[in-house]
Ligand binder design. Structure first.
Ligand code: SAH
Ligand code: SF4
Ligand code: F3S
Length: 440
């Protein structure tokens, strides 16, 4: 039986799709890239903002119609599952057959069989305090980077965020188990691993904390680069900064979500730090490693955000000068504390004005940051033998995760190469190859 899979949302969802593939192949299902000949269509969904939800609703309808009445089972997986189980099945006339939450994937073969056998709509969305899928080896596309979940769930309950409700309690995977998977990845010629968690630096398994985990993973031969995402600013002990600065395999890049630059809003968001503490952390990071690449997430238009609050966000951005930023309009999510306590009172036009303003400011900062690299030589790991725009260029990333583009040559994916940067845009560095790093 053929299954078609589509993934929305963050890297954790991409990783989960790799888990789902492993579970289905093990149960003798076939995977297909074609929606036409699949008997089962699975959408691994995201619920973080309303827009993500709407995209999935639209897709379910188009998949249904596209098949001209030829029956296929449609299953909803991922983060929409938990919140929408009732509505999706009964409250709406969406042609959905079953729903499976993020901790139900090992049961998918049985769920599919049940759907085929009984035809009744149903859901299986119980969240687990233990499930880490540590005994499933994901089916990954070959490449240079492998994603690997080291913890799941989140206990932070930022008031705007749906993730603690969709993915349940925080739990970490055993470090030996992670290290074994990383060794296997090295054997498959992956050069980089990215450790994943909704709150990755809160990793703790029976006293082994995130810093220990990074050290352990960096002992694996063959893996040359280690990244991680997303950390929370509240969990950056000095020891972690020290290891990041000193360990050559740990990439010099931190995604540090700010969310807002006003203490009043940060408090309403339950982020548990102040703007001063955030900026102090940035200073400490730069004291350990001056060129650390810093990226962030920011929300505009959180309930009650006024011009003074917004000016606070601008002032933190100006003081830190992030390398890049994802900026979002606040989107009210069901069940969250913000939805229950704070009316979504910022008009859409104001949210739009604010996001436009911050995107412009970030563009300036990104360009400024990138310009500082002109003339420098970067170690680049080649990821692709073409770029989106040109078949004559190679694409890779430097240690700071910036995209670097340079003309094609006698090189191959997975090689490290020195590139001298000649020009930049806010999003990429462009240069020329200097030499291949033979010993890596
Ligand atoms: N666990 C990660 C990422 C969570 S979702 C972290 O804490 O960083 C990724 C980003 O989406 C968040 O950092 C936040 O900026 C944004 N986001 C989450 N909920 C949102 C909401 N309700 N409205 C708008 N943006 C939101
Ligand atoms: Fe959501 Fe906050 Fe947890 Fe991130 S840390 S997943 S924003 S609750
Ligand atoms: Fe979306 Fe769930 Fe990730 S809500 S951002 S897919 S954790």
């Amino acid at each position: 039986m053929k299954v078609y899979l589509e993934t929305y949302g963050c890297q954790m969802n991409e990783y989960d799709t790799e888990i789902v593939k492993a579970v289905l192949l093990e149960a003798d299902y076939e995977l297909t890239d074609s929606t036409e000949d699949a008997e089962i269509l699975l959408l691994n969904t995201c619920s973080v903002r309303e827009h993500a939800n709407r995209k999935v609703f639209g897709r379910v309808h188009s998949l249904h119609h596209q098949r001209n009445g030829i029956r296929a089972r449609i299953g909803i997986l991922g983060c929409m599952a938990t919140n929408f189980r009732q509505d999706l099945l009964h409250g709406s006339n969406l042609p959905i057959d079953f729903i499976a939450g993020p901790d139900s994937y090992k049961r998918l073969p049985q769920l599919i069989e049940k759907s085929l056998r009984e035809g009744e709509k149903f859901y299986d969305v119980t969240l687990s305090e233990f499930e880490t899928y540590s005994d499933v080896y994901p089916v990954r596309e070959k490449g240079v980077n492998a994603w690997i979940a080291v913890m799941r769930g989140c206990d932070n309950f930022c008031t705007f965020c749906v993730v603690p409700y969709t993915r349940g309690r925080e739990r970490s995977r055993a470090p030996e188990n992670i290290a074994a998977e990383v060794k296997r990845l090295a054997g498959e010629r992956f050069r980089q691993v990215t450790l994943l968690g909704q709150n990755v630096n809160s990793y703790n398994y029976e006293g082994v904390d995130f810093t220990h985990l990074l050290e352990k993973v960096s002992e694996v031969d063959g893996i040359e680069r280690i990244r991680f995402t997303s950390p929370h600013p509240k969990d950056f002990p000095r020891r972690l900064l020290h290891v990041m600065a000193e360990n050559p395999k740990v990439c010099k890049q931190i995604h540090l979500p700010l969310q807002a630059g006003s203490n009043r809003i940060l408090d309403l968001m339950n982020r548990t730090y102040t703007r001063e503490e955030f900026m102090h952390l940035v200073d400490e990071i730069r004291a350990h490693y001056a060129d650390m690449v810093l990226t962030t997430d920011i929300i505009v238009g959180f309930p009650t955000e006024n011009d003074v609050d917004f000016a606070g966000t601008i002032s933190v951005m100006e003081s830190v000068q992030f390398d890049s930023a994802f900026i979002f309009k606040y989107s009210e999510r069901p069940k969250t504390i913000a939805q229950r306590k704070f009316p979504d009172d910022i008009p859409e036009e104001v949210k739009t004005e604010r996001i436009v303003r911050l995107n412009e400011l970030q563009r300036e900062h990104s360009l400024l940051k990138n310009r500082a690299h002109i003339g420098r030589i970067h170690e680049v790991l080649i990821e692709d033998e073409t770029t989106k725009k040109s078949a004559d260029d190679f694409q890779g990333r430097n240690d700071g995760n910036k995209i670097v583009i340079f003309p094609k040559g006698e090189y191959r994916t997975g090689q490290f190469i020195n590139v001298k940067i000649e020009s930049v845009t806010p999003h990429v560095l462009k240069g020329n190859a200097v030499n291949v790093l033979e010993n890596r």
